[in-house]
Design a protein around this ligand. Sequence first.
Ligand code: ATP
Length: 235
Amino acid sequence: MLLDVKDLEVTYGRTRAVRGVSLSVAEGEIVTVLGSNGAGKTSLLRALQGARKPQGGKITFDGRDMTNASPATRLAAGMALVPEGRQIFVSMTVHENLLMGAYLRGEGGLDRDLDAIYERFPNLATRRDMKASVLSGGEQQMLAVGRALISRPRLMMLDEPSLGLSPLFVAKLFALIREINDGGLSILLVEQNTHMALDVAQRGVVLELGREMLSGSAAELAADPSLAEAYLGAA
Ligand code: ATP
């Protein structure tokens, strides 16, 4: 497994946001983490990124124990996060935002990788020297993905990337997720858009109040009556 998470615990004071969650992502796989507001999805990703120290459990990436590693160590090892709400730097240009994703890597091949990102996202290329604040929500999400891609990750973790996007951009985003996965990148996708996430992922985990409620192949989850009732709008 590329990413292996065992019995992870994340607490804020007395709130146990993540309660003994285990999951894994194999090389080349898309795994989705589903669950409603407050289920612990963002807390899980923050612990995986290294922004929040877990109170228990173990995080292994590519055979290395990352449980207590710094965010920079994880990023350098290939774990990149596209955070909730994009968190791009609106007062910086599009190009400067992309360069922020490259700060831990060498200059080698950087121009080529930037060209590849501009080729993939023509809207970013035409706005390269403009402030990121001029971008639409969908374009900002593409920039956040581009910023993660420029770090040359092996695993991309996305926190509710479709949130607030128009249906057209949601469709574009999921096509992009499929495309970068086809290029060999493994993906851990946190989503509330259950339908789309199960359509693109091979496996999934459903969290409820910090605990794993269900897990299995995407097909099994899509067919599960309790998931259908809770998240897929079925009666
Ligand atoms: P959302 O979709 O709303 O982001 P989520 O599934 O990502 O939800 P988390 O944001 O991880 O869930 O929240 C899990 C629990 O932890 C919630 O009860 C939340 O109130 C609590 N929590 C999250 N962040 C903090 C914090 N910084 N301080 C205190 N409690 C927090």
